[in-house]
Design a protein around this ligand. Structure first.
Ligand code: ADP
Length: 891
C-alpha cells in the first residue's frame, strides 16, 4: 500500500497537481480520522463525534470522486471551501478560540491553499481564510461567551487533545513539505535531462543539415558545372534556353540549401559573425557584378549610387553584409517586372569612429500591401500569394536578413506602395578602418560584366600542371572540362593515397583537393604532402575544393594551412580566378580583355541618392516660399469647398481669390478634411526622394485637425513620423523650420522628435480677428455676436495654448489702436528671441504691413521679418483685417 502510494506520488507521467492533491487528501483524512478516534475516548458530546466523523467521511468521499474523475481543481476548491468556511469556524468556536487548536488549522489551510490551488482560486481562498480568522478573533473578543471548550473535556484530556492536534498537523506539514521538495528536485532533474536531450537533438539536426548540404552540393556541382560546358558550346537557341533554365534551377536549389543551413544555425544559436577589415568598394563591386546581369536579363535598369564620403575600408562581416544586400536586391529584381532597381549607399558618421552604413534598395515592382508588411520577416512566410506564387521563393530570405541584422546591431525598414514599388532601407553600424574616402568609385572596374552566357577566355596557361584530387568521377570531369579552355595540364587522383603517390614523382603548380574521400581524406593527404620525404610538392599551393560550406569550415581549412578554399558547386569563372591567383605569373598568358565594361555602365551609375530625412508640413503652416525652398519642404495642401467645387489650397485656390469670392455675403467656403488615402499618396511621393519623412501636423486638439488622419496614413510606412505640433499657422511653420534645421544638422528621426517636444513649447502664436462676420458665416460665432462686436469696435484676440485655441479677451478701439495694443500684448512680458518674427495676415495692404512692422520695431527689434498671407483655411474664418504674430522665446 505504502509502495503503491510512493509509486503514485513519484510517477512522472501523472500531473503534478493530481499527485499533490492526493497527498493532501490523505493528510487531511488521516488527521481527521485520528481526531475522530480521539473524540471517542474523550467524553466528547455525541454531536461532536458525529460532526467530525461525518466531516472526515465527506472530505474523503469528495476527494476520491474528484481524483477518479480527474477534476482536481474542483476537488481542491470543494475541500478548501469545507476547511475554510466550515471546519475552521467550528474548531475555533468549539475548541478554545485563539488559545485552542484553530491557529494550527489556520496554518495548515493556508499551506494547502498555496500548494494545490492556483490563480484566482488561490487568492480567493487565501483571502477568505484570513478574513474568517480575523472575523472569528474579533467576534470572540467582543463576545467571549461564543467560545466553548470541547464537550465535557477537562484538565489533562484537554491538554492531550491539543497536543495530538499539534503533533498531527506538525507531522503532516513536514510530510507535505518533504514530498513537495522531493518532487521539486525530481522535476528539476527531469528538466535538466530534457534540456540535454534537446541540445543533443539540435546538434544532430545541425549535423543532419550540414551533411545534407554536403550531399546535395556534390550532385549540383556536376549539374551546374556540366551545364556551363553546354552553354559554352555553339548550341541552338532551344538548347540554350533549356540550359539557362537548368542553371537557374541549380542556383535556386543552392540558395535554398544555404538558407536552410543558416536558419538551422540561427535556431541553434550557433550563428556567429566573422569580423575583419574589408574594402567597401570591392564589396559593392562584387554585388554589382553578381546582380547586374540578372537585372539585365529581366530588362530592368540597374542603378547604383554611392556617396563619395564612405570610408574605403570598414570593419565588419563582409560576407554576411553581402548576403543581406544580395537577398534584398534579388527580391527587388524578382518582384519587379519592368522599370528600375536601384541601390544607393550612404553613411552617417558617429563620434567614436563608428559609421552607420545606410543601404537603400528601391524597385518599381509589385509593391507590398501595408497589412502584409509586418509579416515580411517571418520565416517561411510569403505574402500576397495570389501574385507571388508563380515566382520562386521559400519565404526564408527576409527572415534571415532580419536575423543577421539583429546580430550586427542593424535594422531594416520598408516603405512600399502596393502595385507601385518598394524601398528597403538597411542600416548597419560598422567601424571605419580607414580615414580615406572612397570618392567616385568605378564599380565596374574590378568586374567583368560578362554578357549573356558567352564564355570569354581570359588567359591560357599551357605550361601549368594541376593535380585534381576527388573520389567522385563526375567532379573530376567537371573541373577538367571547365579548365579546358585555359589549356592547363590536368592530372587526377581518386583518393589521398593515389594523390600522395603522384605527388612523390611529379611537380605540380597547383593542387585542388577534395575533403571527404575514402582511405585518406583531403586534410590527411594535405599534411602528408607537406611533410612527404622526397616529395616534390612540399611548397605547391593546395586549394581545398569541397562541398563543405560554412564559416567554420573556412576556418578549419585556414588553420590547417590550405592556400585557398573553394565551395562546390563551382563555376568556371571561380575556378579560373583561383588558378589566376595561385599560379606563378610567368605561366599565365592573358588573352581576353580583362574587365570588359559594357556600354551600359553609364546607365547604372546614376541612381539618385535620397535625402535622409524630408520634413513636410501642411498649408496651414503659412510658410513663406523662401523658407519652403530653403528647407526643400513639401507642403500638404488642405482642401476648401466652395459652391464651385473642392480646391486644394495654394495650388488651386489662393487667399485673395477666396476673399474676393466671400465678398458676396451669400457665398460660404468651408474646409474639407483630407482622407487617409490623400496623405498616403503624399507620403509615398516624398519617400521617392527621401528615406524618412517627418511630418509636422496642425494641433491634434483642433476639431477639424488632420493630425489623426496623417497619423493613420503613416502606419502604412515604416519611415514616416507624424508629429503633433500643438500649433497652427506660423507656429506650426516654426516647428517645421526647427525640424528642418535639425535634419540639416544630421540628427536622426528619434532625436528630432524628442527635441521638438520641448522646442514647440517656446513658440507663441496668436491672432487678432479682424471681422467676426466671417466666423459667423462658417457657423463658429453667432450673427448677433458678430454685429455687436462690430458696433462696439471690439477685436477678439486668440492664442493657441497647449494645442487649443483660447480667447485672450477683447481689445476695444479703432483698428490701428487695437492693433497697437495687440502688438504690445504679444511682445511684452517675455524674453523673446530676436532671430525672427512671423506676421501672418488676411487681406492687409503693403502699407498696413509697413505700419505693423514699425510698431513691432518700437517694442522689439528682430533680425528677420517674415510676412505671409494666411492660408485660405485660416482666412475664411478670420476675415480681412486679421493678423497674427508668432515669436519664439529665447532659449
Ligand atoms: P521569398 O523566398 O518568397 O522571396 P523572402 O523572405 O525573401 O522570401 O520575402 C518574403 C515575401 O516578401 C516574398 O514572398 C514577397 O511576397 C515579399 N517581398 C519581398 N521583397 C519584395 C519586393 N521587393 N517587392 C514585393 N514583394 C516583396
Amino acid at each position: 500500500m505504502f509502495k503503491k502510494l510512493r509509486n503514485y506520488l513519484f510517477d512522472d507521467d501523472l500531473d503534478i497537481n493530481q499527485r499533490l492533491f492526493l497527498l493532501n487528501l490523505i493528510n487531511i483524512c488521516s488527521i481527521l480520522t485520528i481526531v475522530w478516534i480521539e473524540t471517542l475516548f474523550m467524553n466528547s458530546t455525541v454531536g461532536d463525534i458525529l460532526a467530525i466523523g461525518l466531516f472526515a467521511l465527506a472530505i474523503g468521499l469528495i476527494g476520491t470522486v474528484c481524483l477518479r474523475k480527474k477534476k482536481i481543481k474542483t476537488g481542491a476548491a470543494i475541500i478548501d471551501f469545507l476547511m475554510v468556511f466550515i471546519f475552521f469556524p467550528i474548531i475555533y468556536f468549539g475548541n478554545g478560540g485563539i488559545a485552542g487548536t484553530a491557529p494550527l488549522w489556520f496554518i495548515y489551510n493556508i499551506l494547502m491553499i498555496s500548494i494545490i490551488l492556483d490563480g484566482g482560486a488561490r487568492i480567493f481562498f487565501g483571502l477568505s481564510q484570513h478574513i474568517i480568522a480575523i472575523a472569528s478573533v474579533v467576534a470572540s473578543y467582543l463576545q467571549p461567551d461564543l467560545v466553548k471548550f470541547s464537550g465535557t473535556m477537562n484538565g489533562i484530556k484537554q491538554y492531550i487533545y491539543s497536543y495530538t492536534a499539534l503533533f498531527l498537523i506538525g507531522i503532516s506539514v513536514s510530510v507535505l513539505l518533504y514530498i513537495e521538495n522531493r518532487l521539486y528536485i525530481r522535476q528539476n532533474e527531469i528538466s535538466r535531462k530534457q534540456a540535454k536531450e534537446i541540445e543533443g537533438l539540435v546538434a544532430s539536426q545541425n549535423r543532419f543539415f550540414s551533411s545534407m548540404s554536403h550531399e546535395i552540393r556534390t550532385p549540383i556541382n556536376t549539374i551546374i558545372g556540366l551545364n556551363e560546358m553546354i552553354l559554352r558550346e555553339n548550341i541552338s537557341d532551344e538548347i540554350t534556353e533549356d540550359a539557362v533554365n537548368i542553371r537557374a534551377a541549380g542556383r535556386m536549389l543552392l540558395n535554398t540549401i544555404n538558407d536552410i543551413l543558416d536558419m538551422s544555425k540561427f535556431s541553434a544559436g550557433d550563428m556567429h559573425l566573422v569580423i575583419d577589415n574589408y574594402r567597401t568598394g570591392d564589396m559593392l563591386s562584387d554585388i554589382v557584378g553578381m546582380l547586374w546581369l540578372r537585372a539585365k536579363e529581366k530588362n530592368l535598369e540597374f542603378k547604383i549610387n554611392v556617396a563619395p564620403d564612405i570610408p574605403t575600408e570598414l570593419k565588419g562581416d563582409e560576407m554576411r553584409i553581402k548576403q543581406v544586400l544580395m537577398n534584398i536586391l534579388n527580391n527587388a529584381i524578382k518582384y519587379t517586372k519592368e522599370g528600375t532597381v536601384s541601390l544607393s549607399v550612404e553613411c552617417d558618421k558617429k563620434a567614436d569612429g563608428m559609421i552607420n552604413m545606410i543601404y537603400t534598395v528601391e524597385d518599381t515592382g509589385m509593391g507590398i500591401k501595408k497589412e502584409d508588411i509586418p509579416y515580411l520577416f517571418t520565416a517561411f512566410k510569403r505574402v500576397d500569394e495570389s501574385n507571388t506564387k508563380h515566382i520562386e521563393g521559400t519565404g526564408l530570405g527576409l527572415s534571415i536578413v532580419k536575423q543577421f541584422l539583429d546580430l550586427m546591431g542593424g535594422k531594416v525598414t520598408v516603405n512600399s506602395v502596393y502595385t507601385k514599388g518598394s524601398t528597403f532601407i538597411v542600416e548597419i553600424p560598422q567601424k571605419a578602418a580607414s580615414d580615406e574616402q572612397i570618392g567616385e568609385y568605378d564599380y565596374s572596374k574590378k568586374h567583368k560584366l560578362a554578357r549573356k552566357n558567352q564564355y570569354t577566355q581570359r588567359f591560357i596557361a599551357p605550361e601549368a600542371k594541376l593535380l585534381v584530387v576527388d573520389d567522385n568521377d563526375a567532379n573530376i570531369l567537371v573541373v577538367s572540362k571547365l579548365l579546358r579552355e585555359t589549356k592547363v595540364q590536368v592530372d587526377t587522383a581518386k583518393n589521398g593515397r593515389e594523390a600522395l603517390e603522384k605527388a612523390l614523382d611529379n611537380t605540380y603548380n597547383l593542387i585542388f583537393m577534395d575533403h571527404l574521400m575514402p582511405e585518406m581524406d583531403g586534410i590527411e593527404c594535405f599534411r602528408a604532402i607537406r611533410s612527404q620525404v622526397g616529395g616534390k610538392n612540399k611548397e605547391t599551393p593546395i586549394v581545398i575544393l569541397t562541398a563543405n560550406a560554412g564559416e567554420e569550415n573556412r576556418k578549419l581549412y585556414a588553420t590547417e594551412g590550405f592556400n585557398g578554399y573553394l565551395v562546390k558547386p563551382i563555376s568556371g569563372e571561380e575556378l579560373e580566378n583561383e588558378i589566376y591567383r595561385q599560379l606563378p605569373k610567368e605561366l599565365i598568358q592573358v588573352t581576353g580583355t580583362e574587365g570588359i565594361v559594357s556600354e551600359d555602365k553609364v546607365a547604372w551609375l546614376n541612381a539618385n541618392r535620397k535625402k535622409r530625412i524630408a520634413v513636410t508640413t501642411e498649408s496651414t503652416a503659412d510658410l513663406p516660399d523662401k523658407i519652403v525652398k530653403k528647407y526643400d519642404m513639401a507642403i500638404f495642401s488642405l482642401r476648401i469647398k466652395t459652391r464651385d467645387g473642392i480646391f486644394r489650397e495654394g495650388k488651386e485656390i489662393d487667399t485673395n481669390g477666396l476673399l474676393k469670392y466671400l465678398e458676396d455675403k451669400n457665398n460660404v467656403a468651408t474646409p474639407v478634411l483630407a482622407t487617409v488615402e490623400d496623405y498616403e499618396a503624399f507620403f509615398a511621393e516624398q519617400l521617392k526622394t527621401a528615406n524618412n519623412v517627418i511630418h509636422i501636423a496642425i494641433s491634434g486638439s483642433f476639431e477639424s485637425s488632420s493630425y489623426p488622419i496623417a497619423k493613420e496614413a503613416a502606419n502604412a510606412f515604416d519611415n514616416v513620423t507624424v508629429i503633433d505640433s500643438r500649433l497652427m499657422s506660423s507656429g506650426q511653420g516654426l516647428a517645421a523650420i526647427f525640424a528642418g534645421r535639425m535634419a540639416e544638422a544630421g540628427m536622426g528621426v528619434a532625436e528630432i522628435e524628442h527635441r521638438l517636444g520641448y522646442l514647440v513649447k517656446r513658440i507663441h502664436t496668436s491672432f487678432m480677428i479682424g471681422n467676426m462676420e466671417y466666423l459667423a458665416r462658417t457657423g463658429n460665432a453667432s450673427q448677433i455676436y458678430a454685429n455687436l462686436t462690430r458696433l462696439l469696435t471690439m477685436h477678439s484676440v486668440s492664442v493657441i495654448k497647449d494645442g487649443v485655441f483660447k480667447s485672450k479677451g477683447m481689445i476695444i478701439g479703432s483698428d490701428r489702436r487695437a492693433w497697437k495694443k495687440y502688438i504690445l500684448l504679444c511682445l511684452s512680458g517675455r524674453k523673446i528671441s530676436k532671430n525672427a518674427v512671423f506676421i501672418t495676415y488676411v487681406g492687409l495692404s503693403k502699407k498696413e504691413l509697413e505700419w505693423i512692422k514699425t510698431e513691432i520695431e518700437k517694442r522689439h527689434k528682430f533680425d528677420a521679418y517674415y510676412y505671409q498671407q494666411t492660408s485660405p483655411v485660416v482666412s475664411i474664418s478670420f476675415g480681412p483685417g486679421s493678423f497674427g504674430i508668432s515669436v519664439v522665446d529665447e532659449a
